[in-house]
Ligand binder design. Sequence first.
Ligand code: NAG
Ligand code: NAG
Ligand code: NAG
Length: 934
Amino acid sequence: MDKVLPQRQGATRSTIFRSLLASVLLTIVVVTSLGLSIEHTSFARTKVPINAAHIVQQCRALHILPGPPKNFHQRSESDRFVSGTPPTLIRNATIWTGRVSGHEVLIGDVLVDKGIIQDVGKIKESVLKAYKDLAIVDAGGAWVTPGIVDIHSHLGVDSAPELKGASDTNSLKGLVLPWLRSLDGLNTHDDAYRLSISGGVTTANVLPGSADAIGGQAFTIKLRPTKERSSSAMVIEPPYTLNGTFVDPSLPPRWRQMKHACGENPSRVYSGTRMDTIWAFRQGYDKAREVKATQDTYCAKALRGEWNGLGDFPENLQWEALVDVLRGRVKIHNHCYEAVDLDGIVRLTNEFKFSIAAFHHAHETYLVPDLLKKAYGTTPAVALFATNARYKREAYRGSEYAPRILAENGLKVILKSDHPVLNSRHLLYEAQQAHYYGLPANLAIASVTSTPATVLGYDHRIGFLKPGYDADVVVWDSHPLALGAAPKQVFIDGIAQLEDPHVSKKPEQFQHAPKTPDFSKEIKETLKYDGLPPLEAKKANTDVVIFKNVDSVFLKKGSVIEEAFSVAEGGSSGVVIVERGKIVCMGTSPCSNFPDDRNVHTIDLEGGSISPSLISYGSHLGLHHIDGESTTNDGKVYNPLKGDPPSVLGVGPVIRAVDGLQFATRDALLGYRSGATVGVTAPSSSGFLAGLSTAFNTGSPHKLASSAVLQDDVALHISIDSSSPSVSTHIAALRNLLKGGEEGALGELFKQVFEGTLPLVINVQSADIMATLINLKKEIEELSGTDLQFVFEGANEAHLLAKEIGEAGVGVILNPSRPFPGTWKSRRILPGPPLTQQNAVAALIAHNVTVGIGIEEQWSSRNIRFDIAWAALEANGALSKSDAIALASVNLERLLGFRRSVTDLVATKGGSLFDFEGKVVSVISPERGVVDLI
Ligand SMILES: *[C@@H]1O[C@H](CO)[C@@H](O)[C@H](O)[C@H]1NC(C)=O
Ligand SMILES: *[C@@H]1O[C@H](CO)[C@@H](O)[C@H](O)[C@H]1NC(C)=O
Ligand SMILES: *[C@@H]1O[C@H](CO)[C@@H](O)[C@H](O)[C@H]1NC(C)=O
């Protein structure tokens, strides 16, 4: 709380006094009447305890369900109001209010004062006249939504940068720990608060981790800095039991939140099984049921006036929170993925009679919607990632269509970040992707605003833009479901959070909700195949494929991308004719007399485009099927800085990723279907030396298929990011290798690096280490007399040395493309708009650095098309569409030393690779002489 008004406190105290008094009187009446109706002697012997009134009140209160006080919406000031905050009028906005199931959009104004929304829509002049110093924000028609609510976050408990002293997510002191509270670990200095606010996030439900079946209580916080600078001051509606000193019996209790987890995480952490985890739940709930029964028996007696020998109310500090669950006063957030686990929890809720607010992660819920409806009490909502899946068995059947399927089954759909698993700054992107894959627009915006607010039990104050609600408001630079939408301003409790926001101008079409593709066939297949639909593309069975209604064509010309054709120039819809995988004709009139015999396959692109395919750089793509399952993977290389390589490897061994390639992994195939037809992957390493990366076709069925491997060995990869052994030891090893200090195959490779013929890709985040590497490069170049090909990969802090990196001729692969200060060495990021004018891509390109982008985890190869577009959208005109494509194609080819260019082209229908309107429908492969249909 920022401020408690003395007046209110006074009122509260007298309310307590009044109700206490009433209870004392009432109790005596009850006791007297009971006494009279039984024996005289019995009454005479009943010794009414001195705190009888309190006990009666406590017993009555046990059955009151949480919620706001009846008069909550009559408030004229928020309990979080910070005095001195000016009243603000957001003028001329397109306002998504959250009402009418998210269908209501008003054109008008939003008036905020005293930390709450005073009025929305057409506001009367007389209302405005009452304000003297009204701050005016001219939205100029911009979209305005409620602040984003993240129902699943570890902000503050899993802090950025990650340090040993600040990991407070999981307790390992038992499987069932309902007495723990995330608030006790809530770090007020997490770098991510500011970043998440800059993505429009105003509220986060901070959950304990999933190492335990019951990990503890969660707390919902507002992200803005407070005057108190305390953890408690961030919490909205802290439960009255929180500090044990403030129980206002005249008010209904406030909602509490609690984490549960089933499946792999709790079962693994305790070397147990799913059976052990569910038993731990049952044991815990049995204990809570016992405590509750004791309390209920006690209270039944107290309320009957049977005071003799009654003693004190059976409090139990350890179990009170779980007892409150059984009393229906806690929102349970249950991390739970698979049908088997959902089934176990649904049984548990019916056995102990409590309800689940939401299943989180919940990757298989779309396969069992009817099971969810059998849960005790309220049907659980489902809180999902949009496309982050397949990272472990539980997630293997995760589907991008889940939000749509669940919504069609009448279930509440929420998108969540699990921050820092996903950077919650981009939680809106999750909703955008869900929309792209079929979740209707009203539900997509609601999935990160009003739906989570409702499921948390705070829909009386957040998640909607209505009079009387908290003044958490975001003004967007484009439609909230358009790719790259970023806040122009964010208000929390009526306080503007962005001091000097930088706004990129967005394309006009981005002011409207994207017209998303039709995925109904894919959805049918997904359900038919129990979540694992076949993903292989089919070859067109004609020699000639004609693409009609083509809006634009981008082609490679040497090492740049050029727009070879566009309707704006051509005047009418274009045609592209492909024969055995090669474009033979392109344009409008020149193609019209092409023989249109029967052996032709025609594809109407409906205004779509054709562009060079993308390269997925980074992650374990092609080496892993399921990251969390070692038997599905190639495995990790040895670390020569930690011990000698096994002698059978010989002297100076080199590990080649090409030797470990696995084809037809679901992530590779999904990459292919999204336009990333080539993967470049280095051997998996968590140490210094990885080995040689390889370039492969993500759509190939096996290594021996035609053109499955584009280039066996691409670049040599090392990492200088770990401090074990020291960073300086890593540098010493690198210097030694570059100076020819190693024999065998590895010595040979470093000789090529020394001679400038083999790129050395160095995973490095810190600008200090990059500076050392630039010096080392110069030192070696003086010996070799040639330019070394160094590439910094990761490179969160590269922007700090943009000029020096440019001058040193070092390339950069930004990975991830949108930075996050996850570690100390990567913490000095250039966040981009609205916090800074430039993003890292633009800052580096301004110094002539060749920039590529990469992905950290393999599931995101499908999203590279959005990553490049987003980088360009943020750059405020500094990057053209061609430049954007180059980030994940020709630039990577140049940086990694591709011996020949990738020739695949990708055709999108209804839009381009750059937006949420285009759908990839085919890959044109001149090399294989085919057109793949997707
Ligand atoms: C609102 O903004 C739009 C877009 O900038 C503009 O065309 C319109 O004139 C504005 N209306 C008012 C009332 O200012
Ligand atoms: C205890 O919490 C309540 C809010 O729930 C707050 O009003 C009160 O000031 C707190 N007391 C202390 C001593 O912090
Ligand atoms: C980048 O390269 C161009 C063309 O070679 C040159 O004109 C320009 O000065 C360079 N800019 C910087 C910042 O080095």
